[in-house]
Design a protein around this ligand. Structure first.
Ligand code: NAD
Ligand code: DAU
Length: 352
């Protein structure tokens, strides 16, 4: 059995679905169900005894200790986090609470559990911490991609909180010998992505006939990875990663935001043309830039590729087609997650 935290969110949800599609090893899924956690994502697992969902907070140490004692998992995979940079700018407190203190709590609960395991289970136990490339800071156009050796230079409250959590994970290995692994991944996209993030936001706003907000000049570059490729990479690291090491995960898909948005518009023009026959790109609107906006991210994933044999299966071309098609045929999921709280955020960030 494995314990997954944040498994009702975008990547955690995809990971749980993917895990149970590949194996019969049960998952305990601990998620606080914040605005970003949606049980609708896991609907296909209703009645499946391999999935045990627990609504709870990684900051609740007593609950963590109870779950670990009751289910005796062989691994903890920590996805739980506050994950949206713009929200971290409006209100950093929740990011410090969950990403820093929550990770600290989880490490302490895992350590207390791990030290008492019998020798063979102790040796097999893993604590895998899911992190981000944003901890490395920003790149200039000519800079080489981020390698695992790049110094941390986080620029947003979100990335600073993730950097802090990565440091805690490292220290729990160096000091206590807790068998940890850390992954630092680039921008994910795909099904069940909460529509506050660029790709799903643009798909929804385009279909609603609303302006498509591009921050600044739209020339910021992200390295996009289809979410299933990320899930597969995490499985690889869990099974064969070297203890105490960090692994970068990326898609070799460096694309400027404006080009991402134009690509989505083109796909929608073909799949769901506007009633007036005009292209969706007419809705593109340049808006005020994000403060502290990182200009470019790019990942050097050679360590993962060479040591563990992982490579991404999707190109941006294939992944974005699947993603747009998924949003068009899953409007019910979209309706359910874009509740009142979502509308409040949209008004706060983009104006009524
Ligand atoms: P998300 O915001 O979609 O999901 C986060 C999940 O964590 C939600 O289900 C939420 O309810 C849960 N959660 C939040 N606070 C919690 C708490 N205190 N206790 C328990 N559960 C809590 O995030 P995501 O995009 O799926 O990201 C998952 C992880 O991957 C995060 O750690 C993030 O930093 C990392 N990551 C994300 C990306 C990306 O592109 N989305 C890329 C690299 C790394
Ligand atoms: O790099 C990994 C990170 O990717 C993860 O750690 C984060 O959890 C995840 O949210 C993502 O962070 P970004 O800030 O890169 O993602 P976001 O979708 O918010 O923005 C992508 C780019 O698009 C970024 O340069 C900002 C820009 N953008 C975003 C929004 C929401 C816009 O131009 N307009 C928008 O309305």
């Amino acid at each position: 059995m494995i314990l997954v935290t944040g498994g009702a969110g975008f990547i955690g949800g995809n990971f749980v679905l993917d895990w149970l599609a590949q194996s019969n090893e049960p998952v305990i899924n601990l998620d606080k169900l914040t605005y970003a956690g949606n049980l609708d994502t896991l609907k296909s697992l209703d009645g499946d005894a391999r999935h045990i969902f627990v609504c709870g907070d990684i900051c609740d140490r007593a609950l963590l200790i109870k779950l670990l004692a009751e289910y005796t998992p062989r691994a903890v995979i920590n996805f739980a986090a506050e994950s949206h940079v713009d929200r971290s700018i409006h209100g950093p407190g929740d990011f410090i609470q969950t990403n820093v203190l929550g990770t600290f709590n989880l490490l302490e609960a895992a350590r207390a559990y791990w030290v008492k395991l019998p020798a063979n289970e102790k040796a097999a136990f893993r604590f895998l911490h899911v992190s981000t490339d944003e901890v490395y800071g920003t790149l200039e156009e000519q800079d080489p991609p981020f390698a695992e050796t790049k110094a941390y230079e986080p620029n947003s409250p979100y990335s600073a909180s993730k950097a802090a959590s990565d440091h805690l994970v490292r220290a729990w290995y160096q000091t206590y010998g807790l068998p940890v692994l850390t992954t630092n991944c680039s921008n994910n996209y795909g099904p069940y992505h909460f529509p506050e993030k660029l790709i799903p936001l643009v798909i929804l706003k385009a279909l609603d006939g609303k302006p498509l907000p591009i921050y600044g000049d739209g020339q910021q570059v992200r390295d996009w990875l289809y979410v299933n490729d990320h899930c597969r990479a995490i499985r690889c690291v869990l099974e064969a990663g070297k203890l105490g090491e960090t692994y970068n995960i990326g898609g070799h898909n460096e694309i400027a935001n404006l080009d991402v948005v134009k690509k989505i518009c083109e796909l929608l023009d073909a799949l769901r043309p506007r009633k007036d026959g005009e292209p969706y790109s007419k809705q593109i609107s340049f808006v005020q830039d994000r403060p502290g906006h990182d200009r470019r991210y790019a990942i050097d994933a050679r360590k993962l590729e060479q040591e563990l044999g992982w490579t991404p299966a999707e190109t941006f071309e294939t992944g974005i087609q699947k993603t747009v098609a998924w949003y068009l045929s899953n409007q019910e999921w979209v309706q359910n997650v874009t509740s009142g709280a979502y509308r409040e955020w949209m008004n706060k960030q983009y104006g009524a």
